[in-house]
Design a protein around this ligand. Structure first.
Ligand SMILES: Nc1nc2c(c(=O)[nH]1)N[C@H]1C(S)=C(S)[C@@H](COP(=O)(O)O)O[C@H]1N2
Ligand SMILES: [Mo]
Length: 301
């Protein structure tokens, strides 16, 4: 399908590691300098960020609230009503409250980010997300200095979610990040894919994207964000603590108890598509390794 970008940068311009770090300067500079202003950004050596087809991204999903099959979310998520949508932001914030999704959107800078996406099941995609930095939303609510973690909660609405009628997981789906992870400039709230509103099966109207962590950290259809000083519970850790830890950083050197994490299968390349090596922190090592300095990543899986 045709790519409709929200600005004039191609993904080769937008994606290099350094580019997102100084994106505000880039966006500010673009007006005056034109694209020549991008000349100083180091180029990515390989073309490994060719986005996965829209149809694949939106038809091969994990969203257990709509069923555990990969095609269940695309088939069932149309039942979800997403308007109106309110996100409660509470806990250790200066301005707790119920934030209307449209009000949030009117205050956020929407940009595009092409990120690798690596599921713990060892498949992967490359997704051109649209959205905003989580930090900007947290700043809107005003994070108190006592906050150390961010807890997230997905909508729980049995009347519209056939999957929650069975105990595949404990509902609602919950996730969490350390505050520094949440505030990292790579961490985003996605509200679109390929320049269109994010489809319901991908977590409409707003889902987390943490590209250096396994996909299950990227919680969908968020209705509550709580700032806390305690490490929050997470759904997959609750379900199986031996296999799924709080951190869940992509790490080719730490295998899952039941399979290797050294390589992954890109979805959309056909059944004979070659597996590719999995990258440390899913390819974002330069940006995020410092967050985990001195930590034993095998222990803190
Ligand atoms: N609420 C909720 N969020 C969720 C899930 C889920 O089942 N429920 N699945 C997770 C898993 S395991 C993955 S791999 C990604 C899949 O995102 P995608 O369907 O957009 O590729 O969503 C994550 N977020
Ligand atoms: Mo996943």
């Amino acid at each position: 399908m045709a790519r409709r970008w929200t600005n004039t940068l191609t993904h080769d311009d937008v994606t290099p590691e350094a580019a997102w770090l100084n994106r505000r300067q880039i966006m500010a500079g673009m007006a005056g300098l034109g694209l020549a202003g991008l000349a100083g950004i180091p180029a990515r050596a390989s073309g490994d960020l060719e986005p996965t087809d829209y149809d694949v991204i939106t038809q091969y999903n994990n969203f257990y609230e709509f069923g555990t099959g990969k095609d269940d979310p695309a088939r069932n998520a149309h039942q979800l009503t997403i308007s109106p949508w309110t996100v409660k932001i509470d806990g250790l914030v200066d301005r707790p409250g119920d934030y209307d999704f449209n009000d949030i959107m009117s205050q956020m800078t929407i940009e595009e980010r092409i990120y690798r996406f690596r599921c713990v099941e060892a498949w992967s995609m490359v997704v051109p997300w649209n959205g905003f930095e989580l930090k900007d939303l947290l700043d809107m609510a005003g994070v108190k200095s006592s906050a150390k973690y961010v807890a997230f909660e997905t909508l729980h609405r049995p009347s519209e979610m056939p999957g929650v009628r069975v105990p595949a997981l404990q509902w609602p789906y919950v996730e969490g990040l350390r505050l520094d992870e949440a505030m990292h400039p790579l961490t985003m709230m996605a509200t679109g894919i390929y320049g269109k509103d994010i489809p319901k099966q991908n977590g409409a109207p707003m889902r987390l994207v943490v590209p250096w962590k396994y996909g299950f950290k990227s919680i969908k259809s968020i209705v509550r964000i709580t700032l806390t000083d305690q490490e929050p519970p997470t759904s997959w850790n609750r379900a199986n603590a031996q296999e799924y830890g709080f951190y869940s950083n992509v790490n080719p050197n730490v295998d899952h108890r039941r399979w290797s994490q050294a390589s992954e299968r890109p979805i959309g390349g056909g059944v004979f598509a070659k597996r590719i090596p999995t990258l440390m922190f899913n390819g974002y090592e330069k940006e995020v390794a410092s967050l985990y300095e001195g930590m034993d990543l095998a222990k803190n899986y």
